[in-house]
Write a protein of this length. Structure first.
Length: 348
C-alpha cells in the first residue's frame, strides 16, 4: 500500500472548483430574487416568505421536470446557456395551467466532472428562465459524481412552486360543450420528441450538427436548441381579466395526449389542423422520417405550445390581449359532446 495521503480531489471531486462555481453564479441567482426571498445563495435551504394577506385561501402548486435528450444537442455543440431556460419552462408552464403564479425555483445539476464555466452557463439559462417566468431561483444542488456520467455530460432537473387562490384553481372541470380552443404558438420542438428528431435529422437525413435543415434554413443546432417558450406571464395576465375554463401544456404526448388531461367526461376536443400553419421544422421532420399525422401529433407539439379552453363571448378580446402580449395565437377548435362518454381529441 502506498503512503501518499489521498484527497477528495484524487477521487475526482474538486471542492475548489465547486466554490469557484458558486462565486460565478451568485449575481445570476440574485438577479431573479423577488421581495419575498429571505436568503442568499449558499444556505442549507431557501427561505421564501409567502404574503398570505394577499389571499383568502392560498394553495401551493408544485411541478418538477427535466430537459431530456435535448441535452445531447448541448453536448454536441458545447452550447449550454439555453437549456436552463428549457428547464424552467417545463416546470413553470406545468403549474401556470392550474392558474398558479410561479414563486420560486430550485435546480439540480449532476455531472461527472464539474467545469465551473460550463456549469455557470447552465445557471445563466436557468436565471434567464426564472426572470421570464417572474419566479426566484432560491436554491439548488450541484453534484459532482466521478465515473457516473460520460466525459463532458451532465443532467439537470428542476422544481417550481407557485400559488393560486383556491377559488381560482383551473382544473378543466368548468369546460363545457361549445367552448373555444385557443392555441399559443410554440417556439419549436420545445423539449419533447428529441430522440425521434435526432434520429430523423442526424441518422435518416444524415445531417451534421451544423448542417442546414432543408426548408427550415437553419442549422440542426440552431433550430433544435431554440429555448422552450415560457407562457407564465401571458397566461397570468389573461387570468386577471378573463374566464379561462381549462389550460393544457403541450409537452410529451403532443396535442393528442395532453388536451384529454383537462377534459371533463362527455367532452371531446375538435382540433382544426388547418387553423395554424405547422412550422417548417415539423414539416421537415415529417417528410424526412415519413411520419404519419397521428404519430406527429402524439410526439411533437406541432407548433402549439399551450391550449386554452375559453367561453365564446371573450374570444375577440382574448385574441387582442394575446397579440398585445406578443403571443401568436390561433383559434384551433372547439369543445363538443363526446358520444362515448370518454374524453378524447379529434383532428378535423
Amino acid at each position: 500500500m502506498g503512503s501518499k495521503r489521498m484527497t477528495y480531489k484524487d477521487a475526482g471531486v474538486d471542492i475548489a472548483a465547486g466554490n469557484s462555481f458558486v462565486s460565478m453564479i451568485k449575481p445570476l441567482v440574485k438577479a431573479t430574487f423577488r421581495p419575498e426571498v429571505m436568503t442568499e445563495i449558499g444556505g442549507f435551504g431557501g427561505l421564501f416568505s409567502l404574503n398570505t394577506s394577499k389571499y383568502k385561501h392560498p394553495v401551493l402548486v408544485s411541478g418538477t421536470d427535466g430537459v431530456g435528450t435535448k441535452l445531447k444537442l448541448a453536448f454536441l455543440t458545447d452550447r449550454h446557456d439555453t437549456v436552463g431556460i428549457d428547464l424552467v419552462a417545463m416546470c413553470v408552464n406545468d403549474i401556470v395551467v392550474q392558474g398558479a403564479e410561479p414563486l420560486f425555483f430550485l435546480d439540480y445539476l449532476a455531472t461527472g466532472h464539474l467545469e465551473p464555466a460550463k456549469a455557470a452557463d447552465i445557471v445563466k439559462g436557468i436565471s434567464a428562465g426564472c426572470i421570464q417566468a417572474g419566479c426566484a431561483l432560491i436554491g439548488g444542488e450541484t453534484a459532482e459524481m466521478p465515473g457516473f456520467y460520460a466525459a463532458g455530460e451532465y443532467d439537470i432537473a428542476g422544481f417550481a412552486v407557485g400559488v393560486v387562490e383556491r377559488d381560482n384553481i383551473i382544473d378543466g372541470s368548468s369546460i363545457t360543450v361549445g367552448n373555444t380552443l385557443i392555441g399559443l404558438a410554440s417556439s419549436g420542438l420545445h423539449s419533447n420528441g428529441y430522440s425521434l428528431a435526432r434520429k430523423v435529422l442526424m441518422e435518416r437525413m444524415a445531417l451534421p450538427i451544423d448542417g442546414i435543415i432543408p426548408g427550415v434554413e437553419k442549422s440542426v443546432a440552431d433550430e433544435l436548441l431554440t429555448p422552450t417558450r415560457i407562457y407564465a406571464k401571458s397566461v397570468l395576465n389573461l387570468l386577471r381579466d378573463f374566464s379561462v375554463n381549462g389550460i393544457a401544456h403541450i409537452t410529451g404526448g403532443g396535442l393528442l395526449e395532453n388536451i384529454p388531461r383537462i377534459l371533463p367526461n362527455g367532452c371531446k376536443a375538435l382540433i382544426n389542423r388547418t387553423s395554424w400553419e405547422m412550422p417548417a421544422i415539423f414539416r421537415a421532420l415529417q417528410d424526412g422520417g415519413n411520419i404519419d399525422d397521428e404519430e406527429m401529433f402524439r410526439t411533437f407539439n406541432c407548433g402549439i405550445g399551450m391550449v386554452l379552453a375559453v367561453p365564446n363571448r371573450d374570444i375577440d378580446e382574448i385574441m387582442i390581449r394575446l397579440s398585445g402580449l406578443h403571443e401568436q395565437a390561433f383559434v384551433i377548435g372547439e369543445i363538443a359532446k363526446c358520444e362515448h362518454g370518454k374524453e378524447c381529441v379529434e383532428l378535423v
